[in-house]
Ligand binder design. Sequence first.
Ligand code: NA7
Length: 555
Amino acid sequence: MPDTDEHSAPPQALDVIVIGAGIAGIYAVHKLRGLGFSVQALEAGDGVGGTWYWNRYPGCRVDIQSIEFSYSFSDDIQQSWDWSETMADQPELERYLNFVADRLDIRRHIQLNTRVTALTYDDSGACWTVRTEAGDEFAAQFVVCATGCLSEPLAPPIPGLETFAGQILYTSRFPAQGFDFTGKRVAVVGTGSSGVQAIPVIAEQAADLYVMQRSAAYTRPSPNRALAQPEWEQMKAGYADVRAQERASFAGTIYFPILPTPGSPPLTKRVVDSTPEERRQAIDELGWDAPWSWADVLENLEANAYAGEMYAELIRRVVVDPETAAALIPTYPVGCKRVIIENGYYQSFNRENVHLVDLKKGAITSIEPAGIQTEQDFFELDVLVFATGFDAMTGALTRMDITGRGGRTLREFWAAEGPVTYLGLQVEGFPNLFTVSGPGSPSVRSNMFQSIEQHVEFIAGALEYLRDKGCRVIEPRPGAADEWTSYAATLVNSTIMEADSCNSWFLGANIPGKKRVFMPYFGGLFSYRERCEDIVRADYEGFELSEPDAEGSTG
Ligand code: NA7
């Protein structure tokens, strides 16, 4: 609240503040309101949609099928929305999320243009005070952080950035009105999903495009295609079956980029047992599916290296210039970072106006008013596009001053211990605070819609249970978060995901000084959901439900 007498009275406590109005925030508001809780969402953007609101860069598109990358909780919504392509682009996803917000009539519970900066827990009242950048204050018994896994962008700390005389753009904050690259000399820094999706589109417009690559990426051509209405009507009629298959699947999705196309027979052949001729034949017959068509590729580094060799051969078959092709070959294990679904990425490098700058041969040293200086060359530029990624999983939480019991901040706690959570849902010492898709939950290793729905439903169920029991506080019991986090670590230990050569954002390796911990739960959404259901059946095993006591601690 502003610092005036008028606002000096403590704000009236809501039941729940939801931070964020993306996929998770929209559903959380709807679900909790439906259970009779007073709920208010605070959203930094001037529209709903979260990830699909902010990442408006050209070429932005989801990498699983839209029939799956959508809410499943309401058949009315499923049946009322028509996807125009099998894998929707950003504008369509943003429209969809706006449609859902209207259909559920939740906009009056969402305050836009409101960035939350601090959360402080009051032990005696079992209540959170939520502060915003504008200085307003809210009070709520519970806070649901629906802040996203990839929502805290990284601005690369390159000296001289502020001196650049041309236009600087970030894929994660791309202008809503778009940007015309026609006739411009452009550099794209970063070749993760955002860069790889944007590059072919920018290449078609720019006079010259310099792709500044630090690590080459593994990609697969997108199977996206337009959906004609009759086909879509037929697909829509099969929704119940699609959802049932998703729920029975490992990661909440039937089709996952790293797995073979649905309908393919199960993988039985092991690449370590294959001959060079069999591998060449696989490339000829299966094309970009070839590296993923073996049962053991993700099992060990030896098998993985064979897949990497097949992948390199596929690049050489597309990219004409041998030096460029060689520089585009990734040097880390196949599958340890998310495989990128692309549209004409490698073909872009056959264009005369596209130039690959291999930063492994000479890193960027500074940005000057006229362009980028690397250890080897100077590039004169009109536009810089940064596609340099995010402080994933934890960044959107630790950027806020979250102060829990005893004055301990989440930022300091996780900086020292790593992201220790119970089920990725709660943190010890931070009662009544929930993190949707938090570290320690399947989140980015699953279909986000399915994971988010499961988390929101878990949280809603927990709040109802508390209400029925006459309790006001829920938090992990001492040790439960340590146990869960240690258990989750055993699932990924000694897999290729943690290989020394793998520096993924799953491990926080893109942030200097961040603790190297594999953050998403690796056991799949199916087993995770079962575990959560067991916990609920056991009266919220591992959680402590209580009333605040007079001394200000719960018990
Ligand atoms: P990513 O996947 O984290 O990619 C970021 C890219 O930016 C990656 O190629 C980085 O190279 C590169 N990068 C970061 N900092 C620099 C500097 N300082 N200089 C040069 N290059 C740099 O983010 P995206 O937005 O593309 O994708 C995020 C997720 O969205 C994706 O995984 C999907 O799940 C959806 P590096 O690899 O660190 O060497």
